[in-house]
Design a protein around this ligand. Structure first.
Ligand code: DGJ
Length: 736
């Protein structure tokens, strides 16, 4: 049983395959944390893990008792104001102005499986045997409010998800001014905090910092999870590497404003929290109303960062992503954006499709510019009707013509946005996120539609559903190209204005839910000006996301390496684009561009009609190679080997290995060529030491132990006979 309860000591022991999570009901009725980490053998009681002693200069909860102080104890879902001086997991503002609460254990239930989170994306179990859930009810009698803490143990998948739900049974209104999803108190602070930070075109770069006393945090206030910070944080031991050592990961299944923080207190304990950003947040709970926090997914690994990543990959690929495309091989696509931008017509699109079909491409994606009068990014968002000037026969006919070639057809939308120059804005100027009598800032000349309002979501649903019903469309790229400002909605009263950012995201999720249910055959790819909303929330609906607008092969090494900390290879859209690269101007070989893009949901984004015959032959071979290996790439275990963020980040390598260890694919990349270099080796991971393997292109066989222990010897120039910048090689390894 993965969840054990001892009624006499009121202890809960949650066990996954390799981890234990233990807590109990404390003498004050609140929940105290006892342990989270490597799996412990179950015993009758872990009482001794709970330890309080009198400490000087603090406050104690009970008169006459100088020992029990929340200042010292580890807690499950801590509050502020009753002897704990650290930042709390939640805060409830009451009618009289009080923020003091006392949520004590009331009861709990343990059941097989996992219940849905209302309106929110979450991990799931396909049957009751796959996961076990503990739901604990805490109750504050004074205000008649309940908090239900949910813990789902994915025993085999080795992860625990947590969330909280507040229910107000009281007559009086309360306001949630803070409601994070998870809090964990770790007994020491000897950790480095690992975060994924960046900006447009350089998303999810790995940053490490040593914990110091006080608060350290990352957050988004942009209305989306953002390119600047990703809703994820890990705490690793200073000595932890990719493949060894302890690490705790916390990942939030959410796409809006979030906060992830660690507070190191005066006793050097570390409190890790993640959830909706409390800044500019408030949720009014009237009698009978409830509030559900997003879910946070916790992973502990003692097999290094890569061990943690593999757990996230498997869970997110198989029990967060959903639908027909979850387990299917993703089509090789071509997207016309960088080939044409807004400047295309039916004939040009058809020619691109035709030429790419000849090369083996399976899906043609028509990007921005097909609707309204969109010749530039200044108009037409919201008018999801084809532009007859560019497409005189309409989207349906174009889609039919392209599918007639034996390809699939996909289409770009930016559902959440509106241009001032649009029919939609003219008809409904009040349907945008804004504050009356204040300037409306714009981003890329566009305004954000008020998805916190049902009628707005319904309207956009109607337009999109019509296009998807009428035309043979099997892929949708859902873009979102600006952050939110002047956050306010005419759809909600004054005391609910701080709910708008969260209600907006709920609106986005509800539209995804409707469209994915009604069009289950459609593969959705999320996008937000590249990877500005690449998060677990959207992965639930869209099993792949556009990783970054930066398609330069060298830049992509960092972006894909960083993204892989949490997200599976199958979720990362990766395209070969033209050179000089449109984002950084760099010229890399067609071979290296493909060698990087292979480790993702592969495609092209350039004008294939402009290619030489030689290049076309090369592309044909690349597509053949990808198709041959895509189930391995998309479903295999991913191992990071050499780190582009290392001090000498000149080399990157990574590897995917099939579950049965019979096949692997190694990607090895060198940014700059070095003069007169020495010999170097690459060390494989995850192979079976006993198996004998061949490596395509090398005339030899190797045992797994040799490739992992002694490594594969590369020639002096590593990859080429002659020195060259931006060189790379992909090796296919096969069991003999
Ligand atoms: C931003 C996306 O990231 C690009 O791929 C492209 O779809 C453009 N938007 C279109 O406006």
């Amino acid at each position: 049983m993965p969840i054990l309860y001892n009624g006499s000591t009121r202890e809960f022991h949650l066990q996954t395959e390799k981890t234990s999570y233990i807590f109990s009901v404390m003498e004050n009725g609140q929940l105290g944390q006892l342990y989270y980490g490597k799996k412990l053998r179950h015993r009758e009681s872990f009482e001794r893990l709970f330890h309080v002693e009198a400490t000087p200069n603090t406050a104690c909860t009970t008169e006459g008792d100088l020992v029990f102080s929340l200042d010292l104890v580890k807690q499950e879902y801590p509050a502020y104001g009753t002897t704990d001086f650290r930042e709390p997991a939640y805060q409830v503002l009451q009618e009289g102005g009080s923020r003091i609460t006392d949520f004590v254990y009331q009861d709990h239930r343990i059941f097989g499986g996992k219940e849905k989170l209302e309106g929110l994306p979450a991990t799931y179990a396909e049957n009751d045997g796959e996961a076990t859930t503990l739901e604990i009810t805490l109750y504050d009698q004074e205000i008649d409010v309940e908090v239900r803490l949910s813990y789902t143990v994915f025993e085999e998948l080795d992860a625990i998800s947590r969330s909280a739900r507040f229910i107000n049974y009281g007559e009086a209104d309360v306001n949630l001014t803070r409601a994070l999803s998870v809090s964990i108190d770790l007994p020491d602070a000897n950790f480095e905090m690992v975060q994924l930070s960046g900006a447009w075109a350089r998303e999810r770069h790995i940053k490490n910092r040593r914990l110091v006393p006080g608060l350290q945090s990352i957050a988004s206030t942009r209305g989306t999870s953002s390119a600047q910070q990703n809703p994820f944080l890990a705490l690793k031991r200073p000595e932890t590497t990719e493949h060894q050592g302890e690490v705790y990961g916390a990942s939030l299944v959410y796409s809006g404003n979030f906060l992830a923080q660690v507070e190191v207190d005066h006793y050097d304990t570390a409190r890790l929290m993640i959830g909706i950003n409390p800044f500019d947040f408030n949720w009014l709970l009237k009698n009978g109303e409830s509030f559900q926090t997003p879910e946070a997914v916790l992973v502990y690994s003692d097999a290094g960062l890569n061990g943690m990543s593999q757990t996230y990959h498997r869970l997110y690929r198989t029990r967060l992503a959903r639908g027909k495309w979850r387990d299917r091989e993703r089509p090789v696509l071509i997207n016309n954006w960088e080939a044409t931008y807004f400047d295309f017509n039916e004939q040009k699109i058809f020619e691109l499709a035709q030429s790419s079909k000849e090369l083996g491409v399976e899906l043609f994606v028509l990007d921005d510019g097909w609707f309204g009068k969109r010749d530039a990014d200044t108009s037409s968002l919201g008018d999801w009707f084809e532009d007859k000037r560019k497409l005189p026969n309409g989207i349906t006919q174009l889609a039919k013509a392209i599918t007639g070639l034996g390809m699939e057809f996909g289409l770009w939308f930016e559902p959440e946005m509106v241009s001032k120059a649009s029919d939609l804005y003219n008809a409904h100027p009040d349907w945008v996120i804004h504050v009356p009598n204040r300037r409306m800032s714009h981003g890329r000349n566009q305004l954000v539609l008020d998805f916190s309002r049902q009628e707005v979501v319904d309207y956009i649903y109607g337009l999109m559903a019509k296009v998807l019903r009428d035309a043979p469309i099997s892929y949708v790229k859902w873009d979102m190209n600006r952050y939110m400002t002047e956050v306010g909605s005419l759809g909600h009263p004054a005391d609910r204005q701080r709910e708008v950012a969260h209600r907006y995201i709920l609106g986005v999720y509800s539209l995804y839910e409707r469209l994915t249910s009604e069009f289950p055959h459609v593969l959705f790819e999320s996008c937000a000006g590249g990877g500005s909303r690449f998060d677990p929330g959207l992965l639930h609906y869209a099993p792949q996301g556009w990783t970054s607008d930066d398609t330069d092969a060298v830049e992509r090494l960092k972006i894909q390496y960083g993204t892989s900390l949490v997200y599976p290879v199958s979720s990362m859209g990766a395209h070969v684009s033209a050179v000089p690269n449109h984002q950084v101007g760099r010229v890399t070989s067609l071979e290296t561009r493909a060698n990087v893009a292979y480790f993702g949901a592969f495609g092209y984004e350039l004008d294939v009609t402009m290619m030489t015959d030689e290049e076309k032959e090369q592309v044909k071979e690349q597509i053949r190679f990808y198709k041959e290996n895509r189930s391995l790439i998309q479903q295999g275990q991913f191992y990071r080997i050499e780190n582009p963020f290392a001090e000498d980040g000149n080399r990157t390598s990574w590897l995917v290995v099939s579950d049965d260890q019979s096949e692997a694919l190694l990607g090895y990349y060198q940014v700059l060529s070095t003069p007169n270099p020495g010999l170097s080796r690459v060390f494989f991971k995850g192979l079976n030491p006993e198996f004998e393997y061949t490596i395509e292109g090398l005339d030899a066989t190797f045992y797994g132990d040799e490739l992992m222990g002694a490594g594969l010897q590369l020639n002096r120039y590593r990859l080429n006979e002659h020195p060259a910048d931006f060189s790379s090689v992909v090796y296919k390894v096969k069991r003999v």
